[in-house]
Write a protein that binds this ligand. Sequence first.
Ligand SMILES: NC(=O)c1ccc[n+]([C@@H]2O[C@H](COP(=O)([O-])OP(=O)(O)OC[C@H]3O[C@@H](n4cnc5c(N)ncnc54)[C@H](O)[C@@H]3O)[C@@H](O)[C@H]2O)c1
Ligand SMILES: N[C@H](CO)Cc1c[nH]c[nH+]1
Ligand SMILES: [Zn+2]
Length: 415
Amino acid sequence: MIKSPEQVREHFKNRRLTVEYGDALETVRRILHQVEREGDAALHRISQEIDGCPVEEIPKRAWREAYEALDAGLRDALETARERIEAFYRREPVGGFLEAGPDGVLGQLVRPLDRVGVYVPGGSAPLLSTLLMTAIPAKVAGVGEVVLASPPKVHPGILAAAWVAGADRLFAMGGAQAIAALAYGTETVPRVDKIMGPGNRYVVLAKREVYGLVGMEGLPGPTETLIIADASANPKLLAADMLAQAEHGPDSEAWLFSAYRELLERVADELERQLSDLPRAAIARKALARSGLVLVRDMEEALELANLYAPEHLCLSLHDPMAVLGQVRNAGGVFLGEHSCEALGDYIAGPSHVMPTSGTARFGGGLALRDFLKVIPVVGLSQKAVQRLAPLGARMAREEGLEAHARALERRLKD
Ligand SMILES: NC(=O)c1ccc[n+]([C@@H]2O[C@H](COP(=O)([O-])OP(=O)(O)OC[C@H]3O[C@@H](n4cnc5c(N)ncnc54)[C@H](O)[C@@H]3O)[C@@H](O)[C@H]2O)c1
Ligand SMILES: N[C@H](CO)Cc1c[nH]c[nH+]1
Ligand SMILES: [Zn+2]
């Protein structure tokens, strides 16, 4: 069960979108094409075929009723999560600038997106936390309209979370057909400017296919975690944290790297013990079979492999995690110390749990306020600056063979 660094290095080097496996892409393209061409008729038909019912919009009245029916414990949890997520994103620095200098005015306007679609997974579990973790930052950013999509039958917890997050509309639709509806628009579903949120292979592949027609924050897919542990770590907590991500789906991954063989052996035993009464044990076992325990030489090798893998979650279950934080280059999010576990990040720590997977943390980060904003540069040069800069621009234009550009610049020059 314990793997060597050599066994995993090649796998890590060749990592690609997990979602590409199988024939899902063909299915996704067919669904996208049908919804683009036929609108609502195809959307309802496909939803009926795959998810057993047509698409419907769920009115806000039903969200409020679901919220009012919550037990006090869940209501408190959702409200506390909302406060913490909001407070976190209010701290993100995103301001533009407009500065008058010797050359006139230069700056950047920062504007929220008009309409954003948020996909809330609901296939294997109703991820109401994902709704909060995506719709709340959208609202903090000032997005005009937040349109939610989640597979039918929508769980009451998702309706309540929509109410807590202050979203605008909610459609019971899932998978590639939901992404198609949000990207192309139909008679009933409004076309959005950007689609945010994670999902399974159908959702991720559909997002990738419609990129360009709409924006997106990235391609967050099946969850993954990589823990680096030293001798100070508690095997029971390590096993619990691995299982917390492995239970998401058979295509999830949960890795533990340590230079302490005895610790890995104790975690292996502990995994078996904890799996014995875990409701989603069968799913978790499949995920663990794709990942597992790795005996590394030392901390340096652990960090080198972690940066190569670029995990969604990097958990530093170390006596002194701050000592190695500076060496982390590729990760969706970092969790410091065994108490700051990833499951806290999933629900209530503050930062969104929507993070890059399948190695996309090499070039993308966790969901941020700026994902909901556009930056618009502003140019307002003075006459004096134009006299100095236009000849230089004209010279560059002629080098590019663009005479009209050069002349447009030279017409600004005063004798
Ligand atoms: N990276 C992150 O930030 C993050 C956060 C939360 C969840 N996740 C991941 O999101 C994923 C959620 O997946 P899920 O399946 O539970 O929910 P989902 O809502 O993403 O997918 C369910 C939908 O998939 C479609 N579908 C299923 N089988 C199909 C088939 N054979 N053909 C066509 N369409 C099909 C159906 O329309 C269904 O409604 C999990 O892998 C989880 O790990 C990631
Ligand atoms: N770990 C998942 C992906 O980051 C998010 C999640 C939602 N609910 C529980 N967990
Ligand atoms: Zn999780």
